[in-house]
Ligand binder design. Structure first.
Ligand code: NAP
Length: 470
C-alpha cells in the first residue's frame, strides 16, 4: 500500500513486507520513506492548513460524521485486515472497529464544542473596564506516531481530535502493523482537502525522529514505549508533546474482595490481545488469606481460552505481533522460574503464539514485573495486608491505571487516593477505557491526556483578546 501525501499516492525504492504473524503469509508491502519524503509530507500538511481552517465547525463535524458512516460500512473488511496484520482474534478486531467508530463520533461531536470563555479581568489589580475572552486555536500540524497493538483506534485517538480542532495531520503508523491505519487515512482523504491527512511509512528512528525534530511540525502526539517516549521528549524542543506510554498495571485483590469478579478481571486484563495492552493487568497483588482459592479459580478459567487461527471466531487467544516478541515473553517467564516463581498453567511458546500463563510466587524484584512484560502472562504476588498491597502497587516506574477489588469503602477510598496512577478503578480491572474519559498515566507512563475532549485541549492553543472599554 502506498503512502498518502498531499492527496497523492507515493512509494519508495525501498519496500518492507507486512506479514501475518499467524502463518507468515505476505499481506502487503509498504514504502520505507526517507527524509525527503517526510519533508514533502510536512510541506503538504502546512499547505493544507488554510483550507481546513477556513471550514466552518459545522462542515468539519459533518465530514467527520461522513467518515463514521464509511468506516461503519467497511467494519468487517477493516477488522479482517487488522486481524491479519496484528494476529488478534477477529472478535477483538471487531471490538476495535466499534471503538474506532465511537472515537470518531465523539470527535465529530466535539468539533462543534471548541469553546473559549469570557475572563473577568476586573478580578485582577487594574483590570477594571475590560471585556476579555479567550479563543482556542489550532496548533497547525500534528504528527501522530502510533504503536502496533491497537493501531487503528489509537491512531484515531490522535487524528480525529486533531482535525476536529482544525489541525492537519501527518501519521507515522507502526512498521509492523501499518495497513489498517493507511486504509483509514484513505477514507478521511475522500472527505477532506488534500494534505489534511498524510501518511509517512518508514522506520521510527528515521522518519519518526525527523517529524519530532522538525520546526515545521507543531505538536507530537505519541503512543508507544517509554524508551521511545523519553527520546521524543528530549528531542521535541519547544513543540507541544503528548506521550501515552507503557504500563505495569496492578490488580489488587483484598481479602474482602469478590474473587470471581477479580478472576474475570484477570482473564480480560492479562490475556486480551495476547497481553499486548498498555493498561493490561501486569501484576496481580493478592492478600495471602485468599491467594490459594484465587489462583485455583484463575487457572481453571485460563485453561478455557482457545488459542488458534485468529480469523476463527472461536479463537480467544491469538498470536503476539511477532515470534521475536513471543521469545521475549518466554525469556521473561523462564527467568522468573529460574529465580523461584512457579508456573501454574501455560508457559510454552509455538512460533508467535505464547500460551496464557499463570505464574505464582512472583517477587517484586523479578524482571517479569519490574519491566513491562507485553504478553499473555498473569504474575501473582502475595502480600500480607493493604499497606503492603499499596506499597507493591506503587513500586514501579509506571503509573497508567490500576484496579482494586474490595467490598470495603474505606479500603477502596484509601487505595484510590494512595495508588499513583492516572486512573484507579474499584471492582474493575485496569484494562478498561471509554473513549471520552481522560486517559493517560502518571510517572513514566506519560505526559498529557487523551480522550477526545482532553486531546482537543492538548491540540489547541489559547489566545486572550482584551477590549479596553474605558
Ligand atoms: P514503540 O517501539 O515505541 O513504537 C511506537 C511508534 O514509535 C512506532 O510507530 C515506531 O516506529 C515509532 N518510533 C520508534 N522509534 C522512534 C523514534 N526514535 N522517534 C520517533 N518515533 C519512533 O512501541 P511499540 O512496541 O509499537 O508499542 C508497545 C508499547 O506501547 C508498549 O510499551 C505499550 O504499553 C505502549 N502503549 C501505550 C499506550 C497508551 O495509551 N499509554 C497504548 C498502547 C501501547 P517503527 O514501528 O517504525 O519502529
Amino acid at each position: 500500500m502506498d503512502m498518502l501525501i498531499g492527496g497523492k499516492h507515493i512509494t519508495s525504492d525501498d519496500l518492507e513486507e507486512v506479514k501475518n504473524p499467524y502463518n507468515g503469509e505476505l499481506i502487503d508491502t509498504i514504502p520505507i520513506a526517507h527524509l525527503q519524503t517526510a519533508d514533502l509530507a510536512i510541506q503538504k500538511a502546512n499547505e493544507a492548513k488554510e483550507k481546513l481552517q477556513e471550514m466552518s465547525a459545522f462542515k468539519v463535524s459533518n465530514k467527520l460524521f461522513n467518515v463514521v458512516s464509511k468506516l461503519q460500512e467497511k467494519r468487517e473488511e477493516f477488522a479482517e485486515l487488522l486481524t491479519k496484520e496484528v494476529g488478534k482474534p477477529i472478535n477483538e478486531s471487531l471490538v476495535e472497529l466499534d471503538r474506532s467508530i465511537e472515537t470518531l463520533k465523539l470527535a465529530a461531536e466535539e468539533a462543534k464544542r471548541i469553546y473559549g470563555e469570557s475572563v473577568p479581568l476586573d478580578a485582577g489589580l487594574n483590570g477594571k473596564g475590560f471585556f476579555a475572552f479567550t479563543q482556542r486555536l489550532p496548533l497547525g500540524v500534528v504528527a501522530a506516531i502510533t504503536p502496533f497493538n491497537y493501531p487503528l483506534n489509537l491512531t484515531i485517538h490522535k487524528i480525529a481530535p486533531a482535525i476536529a480542532c482544525k489541525n492537519t495531520v501527518i501519521v507515522k503508523p507502526p512498521t509492523e502493523a501499518p495497513l489498517t491505519v493507511m486504509k483509514f487515512c484513505e477514507l478521511l482523504n475522500e472527505e477532506f482537502p488534500d494534505g489534511v491527512v498524510n501518511t509517512v511509512t518508514g522506520y521510527g528512528s528515521e522518519v519518526g525522529d525527523y517529524l519530532v525534530t522538525s520546526p515545521d511540525v507543531n505538536k507530537i502526539s505519541f503512543t508507544g514505549s517509554v524508551t521511545t517516549g523519553m527520546m521524543i521528549s528530549q528531542k521535541a524542543g519547544m513543540k507541544k508533546v503528548t506521550l501515552e506510554l507503557g504500563g505495569n498495571d496492578p490488580l489488587i485483590l483484598l481479602k474482602d474482595g469478590d474473587i470471581d469478579k477479580a478472576v474475570k478481571g484477570v482473564i480480560n486484563g492479562a490475556f486480551l490481545n495476547a497481553g499486548q495492552v498498555c493498561m493490561g493487568v501486569k501484576r496481580i497483588i493478592v492478600e495471602e488469606e485468599i491467594a490459594e482459592e484465587f489462583s485455583e479459580k484463575l487457572v481453571f478459567e485460563t485453561e478455557k481460552l482457545v488459542m488458534g487461527n485468529p480469523l476463527d471466531s472461536k479463537t480467544t487467544l491469538g498470536t503476539l505481533i511477532s515470534e521475536k516478541a513471543a521469545i521475549q515473553v518466554e525469556e521473561a517467564v523462564n527467568n522468573a522460574v529460574r529465580d523461584g516463581a512457579k508456573i501454574l498453567t501455560g508457559g510454552k511458546r509455538d512460533g508467535a503464539f505464547y500460551e496464557a500463563t499463570v505464574i505464582d510466587d512472583v517477587t517484586t524484584s523479578m524482571d517479569l514485573v519490574v519491566r513491562e512484560t507485553f504478553g499473555p502472562v498473569a504474575p501473582i504476588i502475595h502480600v500480607n495486608d493493604i499497606d503492603e498491597a499499596i506499597d507493591v502497587a506503587n513500586a514501579t516506574e509506571y503509573g497508567l491505571q490500576a484496579g482494586v477489588f474490595t467490598s470495603d469503602y474505606a479500603s477502596a477510598m484509601r487505595c484510590a487516593s494512595e495508588i499513583e496512577a492516572g486512573t484507579v478503578f474499584i471492582n474493575k480491572q485496569s484494562t478498561f477505557r471509554t473513549d471520552n474519559m481522560p486517559f493517560g498515566g502518571f510517572k513514566n507512563s506519560g505526559v498529557g491526556k487523551e480522550g477526545i475532549k482532553y486531546a482537543v485541549g492538548e491540540m489547541t492553543k489559547t489566545k486572550l483578546i482584551g477590549l479596553n472599554l474605558r
